[in-house]
Design a protein around this ligand. Structure first.
Ligand code: AMP
Ligand code: ZN
Length: 316
């Protein structure tokens, strides 16, 4: 990737990072400036945060969310972390993820709020997925989004930040365009306003940065990134769109930015606030249905678990 003798585009010092999409080469200090400037630009461009504002960062233990947390702190935001421990499979991946978040909190001297999915729901993700005949990944995603939003509100944070970056968003956009998911296309925007009592504002401060740019930053800073992959990440289709984007990016550097940032520029601005009048009769969250998706998922899984227990005790 890098040539010996390569010079930093900003300061002419020996460079270690080459980003063809920006036609730029950076030394370590200039890489850091580049990353922070891109985050600052995203925050400003999409009106994500007020200076110094309180924000809760959803940290998974991966490079993206840990980078988001560190950069937001360095830019002066009162950023605290929240981690939902999923305790999947043999548990090693989940334990390593939690340990990475805890180490990062120690480094940043920032509070980390930790919750176990099993405590939040009284069920495992597996039980919820099976009872509802849904793919593990989609149920896990639904539960994570629901609880991260709820936890942000319960902890008194008006804004929730995630580590989604340019490649994530461009891959998602490609999928939405191919399948003409008009509603998703309308709502794809890196800062979604909140609604008091119902939704925290959701922001993606890394939306102008590619995965490999973030990876370089995490490496230079020696961030305590959890290694390994989710043992259950099978059946998700997003990675295919991301692979397709990566192929185009490798052949034609800058394509990812052109697709995603160009798409946002052509829009009039953020999507309108969701006009949800009703609230879930179980949890009180805003919803279009009588009972929200998450509460429906949980109800069905609890019923199934109870029925199994009854059968077992009848048999025994
Ligand atoms: P993913 O869908 O796994 O790529 O995650 C996208 C973003 O969601 C991450 O960058 C984090 O900000 C957040 N996230 C994912 N998993 C968790 C978790 N277990 N706890 C808290 N935040 C998470
Ligand atoms: Zn509900």
């Amino acid at each position: 990737m890098t040539d010996p003798g390569m010079k930093c585009s900003r300061c002419q010092a020996p460079a270690r990072h080459r980003f063809p999409a920006h036609n730029a080469r950076f030394c370590d200090p200039c890489l850091e400036r580049f990353i922070e400037r891109q985050v600052e630009r995203a925050i400003k461009q999409f009106a994500m945060l007020e200076p110094g504002q309180k924000v809760l960062v959803a940290v998974s233990g991966g490079k993206d969310s840990l980078t988001a947390w560190q950069v937001l702190r360095r830019l002066g935001y009162a950023a605290e972390g929240v981690h939902v421990s999923l305790e999947l499979g043999a548990g090693e991946f989940s334990a390593a993820s939690l340990a990475a978040c805890a180490e990062m909190a120690g480094r940043l001297q920032a509070p980390l709020h930790v919750f176990r999915m099993a405590d939040l729901t009284g069920l495992t993700v597996e039980e919820v997925a099976r009872a509802n005949r849904r793919s593990f990944c989609s149920v896990c995603g639904t539960l994570k989004r629901y609880y991260l939003n709820k936890l942000a509100l319960d902890l008194g944070f008006p804004v929730l930040a995630t580590g989604h970056h340019l490649d994530d968003e461009a891959g998602r956009l490609l999928g939405n365009l191919i399948h003409r998911h008009h509603e998703f296309l309308e709502n794809q925007w890196p800062a979604l306003e909140g609604a008091p009592g119902g939704f925290a504002k959701k922001i993606k401060p890394l939306c102008r940065l590619a995965g490999r740019e973030i990876k370089a930053y995490a490496k230079v800073h020696g961030l305590p990134v959890a290694s390994g992959h989710c043992p259950r990440a099978k059946g998700a289709t997003l990675p295919y769109y991301q692979e397709a984007m990566q192929l185009l990016e490798d052949r034609m550097p800058g394509t990812t930015r052109i697709l995603y940032l160009g798409f946002l520029e052509e829009k009039d601005g953020p999507p309108p606030l969701p006009d949800v009048q009703a609230v879930c009769s179980v949890c009180g969250a805003p919803t279009w249905a009588e009972v929200c998706t998450t509460c429906r998922f949980l109800q069905r899984a609890r019923e199934q678990k109870q029925a199994r227990a009854n059968e077992a005790s009848a048999a025994g």
